[in-house]
Design a protein around this ligand. Structure first.
Ligand code: FES
Length: 196
């Protein structure tokens, strides 16, 4: 039964719409939805951060099981290219190179051929300075390897002479076979596997 001050088409008299009917969401429900969204975003960010920290650690842990880059005996050419008493520049193709590496696949090195106690011997030096890796140059006149970057100097046998390098030049393992000079290439020599 209608009261006299209540009209049937008065909007104030109509019931409020509920969310299930596409109406306004009550503030409490809205708060809870926002909290859930923030929680999901938080979990997602934690997963990403965990992956960023964890994956390199897993990679490092598994690296010892992965096969190392192969070392290979690589020819530097016939012995005639390196007369006794000379130090000459040579280069060899990196055995781990890819077809698209182009000229960068060729790795330069210095070859010293000398005589000691009546025996002919070689030394093959990495071209990189033992300080920060700049390519060193051989100077016949002064019988020194000089580094253009910070003035590092090495004697003819690759030993340290002056400047910032902490040690002598790195050396490759070598052997002579079928009148050719071969070195073990694949990685640049370091403190871990150098002869010096
Ligand atoms: Fe050769 Fe520094 S890189 S002296």
């Amino acid at each position: 039964m209608e009261t006299p001050d209540m009209k049937p088409d008065d909007p104030a008299a109509e019931p409020k719409p509920c969310a299930c009917q596409g109406g306004a969401v009550p503030p409490e429900a809205e708060k809870s939805t926002r909290r859930e969204l923030m929680l999901k975003v938080g979990i997602g960010l934690n997963v990403v951060a965990g992956a960023m920290i964890g994956l390199p650690l897993i990679g490092y842990a598994l690296s010892s099981f992965v096969q190392k880059m192969p070392l290979a005996w690589i020819t530097l050419g016939a012995l005639e290219k390196f007369p006794v008493g000379t130090t000459r520049l040579a280069s060899y193709p990196n055995p781990n190179s890819r077809p698209w590496d182009g000229d960068t696949a060729m790795i330069p090195c210095w070859v010293r051929h000398f005589e000691e106690n009546g025996e002919q011997r070689f030394q093959v030096f990495a071209i990189n300075c033992a300080h920060l890796g700049c390519p060193v140059r051989w100077f016949e006149e002064s019988q020194l390897f000089l580094c253009p970057c910070h003035g590092g100097a090495y004697y003819a046998d690759g030993s340290y002479a002056a400047g910032p390098p902490p040690r002598g030049l790195y050396e490759y393992e070598y052997k002579v076979e079928n009148n050719e000079l071969l070195i073990k290439g694949g990685v640049l020599p370091t403190l871990a596997d150098t002869n010096v």
